[in-house]
Design a protein around this ligand. Structure first.
Ligand SMILES: Cc1cc2nc3c(=O)[nH]c(=O)nc-3n(C[C@H](O)[C@H](O)[C@H](O)COP(=O)(O)OP(=O)(O)OC[C@H]3O[C@@H](n4cnc5c(N)ncnc54)[C@H](O)[C@@H]3O)c2cc1C
Length: 496
């Protein structure tokens, strides 16, 4: 049985591997001049590594980590300390440092550590942040599901004064490229619950080099060793239906056929190559709900060190929110001065600006945050515009994500935007969906049940006791109040 996989990003490559392992013949076509899609990297004209974007890994990426293990590349993720640095004007650092304590105390201690030096918001407001997020940890899954009806901003406004949640904004922007007043509350609270679930889950891992080399090349070797075929610069320009099935796909003006077709391309690209009759199905009409949340990536090489920190930085009110100094993260690769790699998001208001203007805004902001940069010389910078963005995880979007089995018998969909409970997108979603589409194909076409995906299981810690403890606390508090009131009543009666 032959499968034609459209798209060679992380999702397409992993799908091709899974299908080859099931014994299928696989042909993969990719429109771009490189494989890897958004999770790619390359060398520039000076031989410097250019990442398509700063990618970080979390320990709760259970399926991605299994896939990396299977490919023998898990050692290439460098796990750092569970801390995040907030850089503030004039070089003032505040640190969110998670402690090695049972959850949720690890997060409470982290918040306490941030409180000491974080000055963008008055401390009394930050107590509302702690109370709001502490409450969210106790939400049931059902309640979290319901929160896909409102934005995170709407959820916040009922819980805290203005700006109380400012420290979360860089993380929200860095993860979703969408501000809090637009992003689904479910998406953000799900993420927060993962980080708060386990003392280790706030640990960030970086690829020990370019994903192009570590991930993409390894996948290609595996695919070719199993007889799979891959081609670059081969865009699918049409998916052709006949008698309610895919008859062929058009690539480079020529029709190609297979027994099954797997789309691992973006929802925007897919909806532009589907035939008109596809949109009689709600399933395919849903693709038109997807809106693009733009991002840009900026790499800046300095002639000297600006910091020794080797974890992720956050900053508020900058065009970059999340960034890292890769000369500390990957000292063997980025030698000499600092090399800042920054995700610029949300990028709606800057994506149309020329590179020089974007760099000019960024460097002024960097100099404000890192006084050392005022004396430093910029050796070079690079703005990456291609292969950027994610879909905008607005309220209600979860219900529009397509399941991997389409209503067309021989057409399947995968990619990070397709349906999964693990997250709204990102690398774990791309791998989970690549596994799930193979599970579904095995069942439908080979009559075989295979289990590729696993559930991430956090150490529970003391979090399950939090709700009963709060309820007992509230009951005891109520009892004490009632007793006090009774005493007062008795005293006032005896005075009468
Ligand atoms: C700035 C940035 C930072 C990110 N940081 C993180 C992070 O820290 N952690 C994390 O988990 N995730 C991160 N992500 C998300 C991660 O990159 C994606 O989730 C993942 O790469 C998605 O893989 P995919 O295969 O689903 O999609 P893509 O990578 O988009 O792959 C789709 C492929 O299809 C190809 N294609 C499109 N149209 C056609 C066509 N008509 N014919 C043939 N081929 C076609 C494209 O060229 C592309 O190669 C980040 C993304 C960006 C942009």
């Amino acid at each position: 049985m032959k499968a034609l996989v459209m798209g060679g990003g992380m999702g397409g490559l992993a799908t091709a591997i899974n299908l080859l392992d099931l014994g299928l013949e696989v042909e993969l076509v990719e429109a771009d001049e490189i494989f890897g899609g958004r999770a790619s990297s390359w060398l520039d004209e000076d031989g410097d590594m250019i990442d398509n974007a700063l990618h970080v890994f979390f320990p709760y990426y259970a399926n991605l980590l299994n896939f990396f293990k299977k490919m023998g590349i898990e050692e290439n993720i460098l796990w750092k300390q569970t801390e995040f640095y907030y850089m503030q004007e004039g070089g003032r650092e505040a640190v969110l440092k998670f402690a090695n304590l049972p959850a949720p105390f690890h997060a409470a201690v982290a918040f306490w550590s941030l409180l000491k030096n974080y000055t963008a918001v008055p401390k009394w407001k930050l107590l509302f942040t702690a109370a709001g997020m502490g409450g969210a940890v106790m939400y049931s899954n059902r309640k979290i599901e319901k929160l896909d009806e409102v934005t995170f901003g709407q959820w916040l406004v009922r819980r805290a004064p203005k700006d109380a949640f400012l420290p979360l904004e860089p993380g929200i922007n860095g993860l979703t490229f969408t501000p809090s007043w637009m992003i689904s509350a479910k998406v953000m609270l799900n993420w927060f619950r993962k980080v708060a679930a386990d003392p280790d889950s706030a640990r960030v891992g970086f690829a020990n080099g370019g994903l192009g080399e570590i991930w993409v090349d390894t996948c290609l070797d595996y695919i070719h060793s199993k007889g799979g075929k891959t081609e670059l610069k081969k865009a699918v320009s049409a998916i052709n239906f006949e008698d309610g099935k895919v008859k062929s796909v058009t690539v480079g003006g020529k029709e190609r056929t297979a027994d099954i077709y797997v789309s691992a391309i973006s929802p925007y690209s897919l909806r532009s190559v589907l035939p008109k009759e596809a949109f009689f199905y709600d399933y395919f009409r849903n693709l038109w709900h997807f809106r693009y949340a733009p991002s840009l990536s900026l790499q800046v090489w300095f002639d000297r060190k600006l910091t020794d920190v080797d974890v992720t930085f956050f900053s508020n009110n900058c065009i970059f929110n999340t960034y890292a100094d890769l000369s500390n993260v990957l000292p063997d690769i980025f030698k000499g001065g600092s090399m800042f790699e920054m995700v610029l998001s949300p990028a709606d208001h800057i994506e149309g600006l020329p590179d020089e203007v974007i760099f000019d805004i960024a460097i002024k902001q960097i100099k404000g945050l890192f006084p050392g940069a005022r004396e430093a010389e910029v050796r070079k910078y690079k703005v990456v515009r291609e292969r950027q963005g994610v879909y905008r995880a607005l309220p209600g979007m979860e219900s529009h994500r397509p399941y991997q089995r389409s209503p067309i018998d021989n057409l399947y969909l995968t990619g990070d935007y397709t349906k999964t409970h693990v997250s709204s997108g990102g690398m774990e979603a791309a791998i989970w969906n690549a596994n799930h589409v193979a599970e579904v194909i095995a069942l439908d076409k080979l009559g075989r049940t295979v289990s590729l995906n696993v559930e991430w299981k956090p150490k529970k810690g003391l979090t399950p006791l939090l709700k009963p403890a709060t309820q007992v606390g509230a009951a005891l508090g109520g009892l004490a109040l009632a007793r006090g009131a009774l005493k007062l009543l008795k005293a006032s009666r005896s005075e009468d």
